[in-house]
Structures are given as structure tokens and as C-alpha cells.
Design a protein around this ligand. Structure first.
Ligand SMILES: [Zn+2]
Length: 533
């Protein structure tokens, strides 16, 4: 269990949020909030919008304090544009709520918003994120916000005054509510008259339609964004809601919302740290069939949930970081495994331990872990060499690490397999030669021939340690040195030359996966054949 107090950023926010909740709403559950727009594939960069409040809410729950994490689906927002790859005919739906737009062709989902929510919901389940989803379509169309809408419209001059401090041009007849047209369903509407007494509202639409409705009974429209957000802070009693850097410039939704929530809705702005951008690297090589937007589901295909959680837990919200889809993921996993060893031997610093603990479990319990975590880079090499053949993979893992069944290496093995399939560039794939490179074998000198014979003769100790000793030892033996001799520049050069020769003979390139792993994967008989032994 992570220690309380000044352990890490999550603990510090939990302290602050709990005491603020006690001041604002004593005896009620603490409310943390996120918002996502399912206007298209939900970008991996947006996961921070969910993970930041999740980690804080989870810490609050770990302390035995009741806490709800609300996730607002902004699915009543207008459909703005047709993304690349979707039938241009969808342009006719621009201006409709996202839940009124048909799902993209071929989808099994009821509408556009549901189609893009679904993979995010799945990813959050895998990440252990517990939340209460709120569809803004349901909220608005059920009339849940009716009083708040009437209030905002009544107070429109006050809202206009707040907004006008941040805009250069004066807006005439400012109106904070936008009806969706009753005929065409789009928001290409203009409010032409409003009667505060009767709440009668007249609007016209670009489609030619127009009507007069009573706002007190009207459930086909929404507050504009800069009013909608603070309305919801007050309505839900949100205590903690971080937001991206783009919401924090002067005149932006966060800034003006802070005034509107108090002036109009009698509520208070949440504690809301700004979180920095999360970059994505190494996606260029990703298969185009999946679209060009990296999503949380894409990240979870190549890394286990605890590792992805760890990226968010270990960095303060204000720190930006990158999620790598290229070779960099090997280094990330090395770091993760090193931390796991430190934790297991009680050598981790308090902040490291806290981040690790938040990564591997939630208040509800531990996340699935790989029972026998072979290094990711080794797994990637193995599935690369075996092209995913399960029998060969099991044989190698047994020789390598005494693994009795592939399930012991899962789910990490499956993530490495996905990484090799989707992100290892074709020119870096390892293809073990079918037949010996006779031309190369004929061209080498007696010293090289001798080194290959020593290797072939030494293949009996068929373990990772044995093969490591062997490949480093052959050049020592040739130089007349003892097996435990310290490396000299000459010896290192000889080892490099020997390794390059082996790579060329085994895989036809100058480099490849670590040699002991490669030898294990190729198998003793085939190694002997390829080195002419
Ligand atoms: Zn219309």
C-alpha cells in the first residue's frame, strides 16, 4: 500500500481534494470528473484526461473515502467534419448531435458517438478505470438541465459581460442556448426572439424551417460550451477536474468558466490542474489499415495495462512525456522490470514505490500480471525469429528460462507479438537463412574458420548463460586468453568481428537480436549447418 501524505503528486492532490470536498460538500461522495468527445477515434493523447482524475479518485478510494469519477461523454456536441476515410456523403450530417449521426459504414453501433465510445470503454476496463459515464445527450434530451438552461438564459447579459472582457468584437444579442432544428436536426439555427416571461423562443434554421417553442419545455438544444462546462461543475458538484493546456489561455473555457460558475450558477470551480501534452512517437510505420490516429487500444496492444498506467502515475500532470511505439518500448520495459526488481527487494524510493503500486493495482485489486515476465526485448526477438510459431516459441522459452507453458509468459508475450507484427519495420525483421551462405563460407580465412568450429563444438551447454559464455569466449580462446580474462580493445574488436560474421551467416545481415537469444531460437542443429560445422 502506498504511504499517505507527501509520497507523490497523486497523494498530494488526494489530500487537497478530500479537504476541499469536506469544506464544500461535507458528508457527500467526492466528485472527480473527466470529459471526452466521441467525435472520432479518441486519441491516445486524450487518455490523460481520464488517467489524471482516475489516479486521484483511486487514491481517495484507497483511503476508504467514497469517491465517484464522472466521465462526461460530450455526445450531444455537433458533428463538425467528416474524417478522412469516411464516405463524404456523411457531410449532410454536419451540425447534428453526434448521437444523431449514423455510425461509419460497416459499424455495428447505433450511432457515430457509440461507435467511437466503444473502444475507449473497452480500453478503460482493461486499464482498471472505474467511472460513471454520463451521456450528455441523455442529460439534455431528458430535461435534466432545464432549470440550469433557464437560469443561464435569464442571466445571459451577465454571461455576455464575462465573455466580452476577453473578446475584441462585441456580439449582438448574445444567447447561450443553441436549439437543434426540429426539421433537419442540425444546429444551423439562429434565435430570433425570446420572451423572458413566457420563455417563448423563436428560431430559424438555414434549412428554411422556423418555429416558436417554449424553452421551459424544450429538450432539443444545448448550452454553448463555455456555459455548459461551468453549469456541469455546479450541477455535479465537481471538486477535481484537470484539463489540457488548450483550455487555459486567457478567455478560454476554464478561465471564463471560473467566473460563470459562481456569478450565474452559484457553484465553484473545481481544483483543476493543467496537464501537459502527451506525445506519441514511432507511429509512422503503423499499418494504415488501422487509421492514422493512435488510440489507447493501440497502446494496450503492445504494452500491458500496468505499464501504460505507470507512464501516467510517475509523471506529474504538468510534465509532458511521450509514448513510444518504436524500439524505445524495449527500453521502457527494461526500466519497468528494473523497478519491479527494486520493489521486490525493498530498494525502491517512496515516490517510485507509489508510482509502481498505482500501476499494478487499483482500490479494487490487482491488475492482471504476467506470471513469468521474460524481458520484452527477448520476447520480441523470439517471436520475430519464430514468426510467431507457438511450438518453437515454447521450446525457446523452455530452454531460455524454464518456462513450462506459454500462459506463464502471457499477456506480455502477446503484446510483444503485436509489437513485432505492427511496429517492427520490415527491413529490421530477422529471417534466419534456410541454407548456408556457401560463398561467404568459402571466402573466410583459417582464423574465422577456426572460430566457427569452436562455436559448433561448444553448443552443448544449451542455456542462455552457457551460450553467452560461449560467444564471448570463442575470441578469448583464439587469443590464448582465459575464459574470465578482462576485455582489452583488441579482444573487443575480435568479438565484434566474430559477432558480425555469425549474424551474416545466420540471418544475412550485420546485426540482429542478441546472439545468445538468436542461437537459442535457431536451434543447435541449424546453427551447426549454417556455420558450416
Ligand atoms: Zn433545419
Amino acid at each position: 500500500m502506498a504511504a499517505r501524505g507527501e509520497t507523490d503528486w497523486v497523494s498530494r492532490f488526494a489530500d487537497e481534494v478530500i479537504s476541499e470536498a469536506e469544506r464544500r460538500a461535507p458528508g457527500k461522495p467526492v466528485v472527480c470528473a473527466s470529459g471526452l468527445s466521441p467525435s472520432g477515434p479518441i486519441h491516445l493523447g486524450n487518455l490523460r484526461e481520464v488517467m489524471t482524475p482516475h489516479l486521484v479518485a483511486d487514491e481517495i478510494r484507497r483511503r476508504g473515502v467514497e469517491c465517484v469519477h464522472l466521465l462526461s461523454w460530450d455526445d450531444y456536441d455537433r458533428f463538425r467534419r467528416v474524417p478522412a476515410g469516411v464516405d463524404p456523403a456523411w457531410a449532410e450530417h454536419i451540425g447534428k448531435p453526434l448521437t444523431a449521426v449514423p455510425a461509419p459504414p460497416g459499424s455495428t453501433h447505433a450511432n457515430w458517438a457509440e461507435h467511437f465510445k466503444a473502444p475507449m470503454i473497452e480500453a478503460m476496463a482493461e486499464l482498471g478505470v472505474r467511472y460513471r459515464g454520463i451521456s450528455q445527450t441523455e442529460q439534455y434530451t431528458s430535461g435534466a438541465y432545464r432549470e440550469q438552461i433557464l437560469l443561464a438564459v435569464r442571466e445571459r447579459a451577465r454571461i455576455d459581460a464575462v465573455l466580452s472582457r476577453h473578446r475584441s468584437k462585441q456580439v449582438e444579442d448574445y444567447f447561450p442556448y443553441k436549439p437543434y432544428c426540429d426539421l433537419c436536426g442540425r444546429d444551423l439555427t439562429t434565435v430570433t426572439a425570446y420572451d423572458d416571461e413566457t420563455t417563448e423562443l423563436a428560431y430559424t434554421c438555414e434549412c428554411g424551417f422556423g418555429e416558436t417553442v417554449r424553452l421551459a419545455e424544450h429538450d432539443r438544444g444545448k448550452l454553448v460550451w463555455k456555459v455548459d462546462w461551468p453549469m456541469r461543475w455546479a450541477y455535479e458538484g465537481v471538486i477535481f477536474e484537470p484539463s489540457g493546456v488548450d483550455h487555459h489561455s486567457p478567455g478560454s473555457a476554464w478561465t471564463v468558466g471560473g467566473q460563470i460558475v459562481g456569478d450565474v450558477f452559484g457553484g465553484r470551480q473545481p481544483i483543476g490542474p493543467m496537464y501537459a501534452f502527451v506525445g506519441i512517437t514511432g507511429m509512422a510505420k503503423m499499418s494504415s489499415s488501422k487509421g492514422d490516429v493512435p488510440t489507447p487500444a493501440d497502446a494496450l496492444e503492445i504494452m500491458e495495462a500496468p505499464v501504460l498506467r505507470w507512464l501516467y502515475a510517475r509523471r506529474k500532470p504538468a510534465q509532458s512525456f511521450k509514448i513510444a511505439f518504436d524500439q524505445e518500448i524495449h527500453r521502457l520495459y527494461d526500466e519497468w522490470d528494473a523497478l519491479g526488481r527494486k520493489v521486490a527487494t525493498d530498494q525502491a524510493q517512496p515516490a517510485e514505490l507509489a508510482a509502481y503500486d498505482r500501476a499494478v493495482r487499483t482500490a479494487e485489486g490487482p491488475l492482471p500480471a504476467t506470471p513469468h515476465p521474460v524481458p520484452y526485448r527477448t520476447l520480441a526477438s523470439i517471436v520475430d525469429i519464430t514468426t510467431g510459431d507457438t511450438e518453437q516459441t515454447l521450446r525457446i522459452l523452455r530452454d531460455l528460462d524454464g518456462i513450462g507453458g506459454l500462459d506463464q509468459a502471457r499477456p506480455r508475450l502477446d503484446r510483444a507479438q503485436h509489437w513485432v507484427d505492427d511496429h517492427l519495420p520490415a527491413d529490421q525483421r530477422t529471417r534466419v537463412r534456410e541454407s548456408p551462405d556457401e560463398e561467404l563460407l568459402d571466402s573466410i580465412g583459417p582464423g574465422e574458420r577456426e572460430s566457427l568450429r569452436l562455436l559448433a563444438d561448444g553448443l552443448d551447454d544449451w542455456s542462455l548463460d552457457g551460450l553467452t559464455t560461449l560467444v564471448y569466449g570463442v575470441p578469448k580462446l583464439q587469443a590464448g586468453l582465459a575464459a574470465d580474462a578482462a576485455p582489452t580493445p583488441e579482444l573487443k574488436a575480435a568479438q565484434r568481428a566474430f559477432f558480425a560474421l555469425l549474424y551474416r551467416l545466420l540471418v544475412g545481415r550485420d546485426t540482429g537480436p542478441r546472439l545468445p537469444t538468436l542461437l537459442l531460437a535457431v536451434g543447435a542443429d541449424r546453427v551447426r549447418k549454417l556455420v558450416g560445422g
